[in-house]
Design a protein around this ligand. Structure first.
Ligand code: G3P
Ligand code: CA
Length: 240
């Protein structure tokens, strides 16, 4: 059965990349939580998407210019809704501890020291439960050198061909779009290359969720775990 990877947690129902977003996603059937990692000025790893604090907290400016004591005091919930006032920007260590034994983790290195992430994941005994990606070539190269055994994901857009995912990018998971999934050959070529397949779909069309469920891919990276969980339980829409 296709595993649900919840992009930044259940970001439609709670502020992205918070404990609440992760908990709601798990309640809606998510198997994995996707998260983004950046560092504070004093080198503490945090779960936050943007380089700056402005969109998702009551702080301003780059997180890399703020001390951890300042980041810990921020409100990462009230921008989304009053009910989430007081939500913190999670430290990566506490967030992973929160998820350990409950979910897999798709860890995206936005900009941070990969060695710190590797040490943390190894210390927590979560190597088998996690996989990794970064848009940054530097992050990907460093991660591969430090942790060749970690599971890596690469997008088809970056890899250019399923045949290059393992050979050039040392990855075992390929991420494709719905359009790429529909194109003849990409899913078959990915399978032939021995890859796991993850489809990215950020929309809320139940028929597209059903189409992805029917494709039998390994993972879906999405914003609506509730809809995909319903689709995979009721593939024909018979209960609708
Ligand atoms: O797999 C790619 C996706 O998770 C990227 O997330 O929203 O940080 O660009 P985002
Ligand atoms: Ca991400």
């Amino acid at each position: 059965m296709t595993r649900i990877v919840s992009h930044r947690g259940a970001n439609t129902f709670a502020p992205e990349n918070t404990f609440a977003a992760a908990d709601i996603a798990l309640g809606q059937g998510a198997d994995y939580i996707e998260l983004d990692v950046r560092e504070s000025a004093d080198g503490v790893l945090y779960v936050i998407h943007d380089e700056t604090l402005d969109r998702t907290t009551n702080g301003t400016g780059p997180i890399g210019h703020m001390l951890s004591s300042e980041v810990d005091a921020l409100d990462a919930g009230s921008w989304f809704g009053e009910a989430f006032t007081g939500a913190v920007v999670p430290r990566l260590d506490t967030y992973l501890e929160h998820l350990r034994g409950r979910a897999g983790v798709y860890l995206e290195l936005k900009y941070c020291d990969p060695a710190k992430v590797v040490a943390l994941v190894r210390d927590l005994g979560m190597v088998r439960d996690t996989f990794y990606f970064s848009f940054s070539e530097d992050m990907r190269r460093d991660l591969q050198v430090i942790a060749p055994e970690f599971r890596k994901m690469i997008t088809l857009d970056i890899a250019k061909s399923p045949s290059l995912v393992g050979a050039v990018h040392h990855a075992s998971i390929i991420e494709i779009t719905v359009e790429q999934m529909r194109r003849p050959g990409i899913v078959a070529a990915s399978r032939k290359a021995g890859l796991e397949i993850m489809v990215y779909y950020g929309g809320s069309d139940i028929d597209i969720h059903r189409e992805i469920a029917a494709a039998g891919v390994d993972y879906i990276n999405l914003d609506r775990p509730d809809l995909f969980d319903a689709a995979r339980r009721d593939p024909d829409g018979a209960a609708a």
